[in-house]
Unconditional design. Structure first.
Length: 255
């Protein structure tokens, strides 16, 4: 079974038809990248996958978005969905609390009576999974705001992992980071896909080609609606695209 199966999906912000007729199947335990020009709906589509757009007044979805066979817009409690489909945002957004409490926040909400030893173990494992434990194990009680930008982003990944999701959505997670921190996040994604499904929005063509298994290319039509041009194996798309518009974008001839 696919992680997500999206069929004839349309999305509106009020009267603005932001996405038109998206059809896509997202593979499990793989990295799928969304690429395309600004305003083409990449982040909007990403946020439909865990219903983050529900917080926008007037937003609505038509069509079918199935997560492991269940329609997330009719057959899912939002809290359950977001516990299974985590999110990491463009800019690191640690809570103004300790490193430990950042990671423990979600598990405590889900199970306020979790034994401290179990919580300690979960926090450690999540930080290890985010390749951050060795850097912060001696400063767990200190403010997360004192970490570097790259460390903060990995902390946000650890925070997402702590609620034991199956999917991690990443909205340009390295755009605010230096090259070294970016490389660490990319290496981390490659490790995490063994256990998680990862979907990432990126403007960086090289990043998409380096880390993703599948790539979706979006564009904007004459009515300012985002639409899916091409979706498939990353290597095939970058070296033998089926659509001329994809080739033009990847080679820099777009627009």
């Amino acid at each position: 079974m696919k992680a997500f199966s999206v069929t004839d999906m349309h999305f509106w912000y009020g009267t603005h038809h932001a996405l038109a007729e998206v059809n896509m199947e997202i593979e499990r335990n793989a990295i799928t990248a969304f690429i395309g020009p600004s305003g083409c709906g990449k982040s909007t589509f990403l946020r439909t996958l865990n219903r983050m757009n529900d917080t926008v007044p007037g937003s609505r979805v038509e069509g079918s978005v199935l997560f492991e066979g269940r329609d997330i817009y009719s057959d899912y409690d939002v809290l359950e969905l977001r516990s299974r489909v985590g999110m990491v945002f463009q800019k690191p957004n640690p809570f103004p609390m300790s490193v430990y409490d950042n990671v423990a926040y979600g598990p405590r909400l889900a199970n306020p009576r979790m034994p401290r030893a179990e919580l300690d173990s979960l926090v450690e494992q999540s930080l290890r999974d985010a390749a951050l434990w060795d850097e912060v194990k001696d400063r767990l009680a200190k403010s997360a705001l004192g970490l570097s930008g790259g460390q903060q982003q990995r902390l946000c990944i650890a925070r997402a992992l702590a609620v034991r999701p199956e999917v991690i959505l990443m909205d340009e997670p390295t755009s605010a980071l230096d090259p070294i921190s970016t490389a660490r996040i990319e290496d981390l994604c490659a490790e995490l896909k063994e256990r998680f499904t990862i979907v990432i929005v990126t403007h960086n063509m090289q990043q998409a080609s380096r880390i993703s298994d599948y790539t979706a290319f979006f564009m904007i039509d004459s009515e300012r609606r985002g639409f899916l041009v091409e979706y498939g194996d990353t290597r095939g798309m970058f070296y033998n695209p089926r659509d001329r518009r994809t080739e033009d974008y990847i080679t820099g001839r777009f627009g």
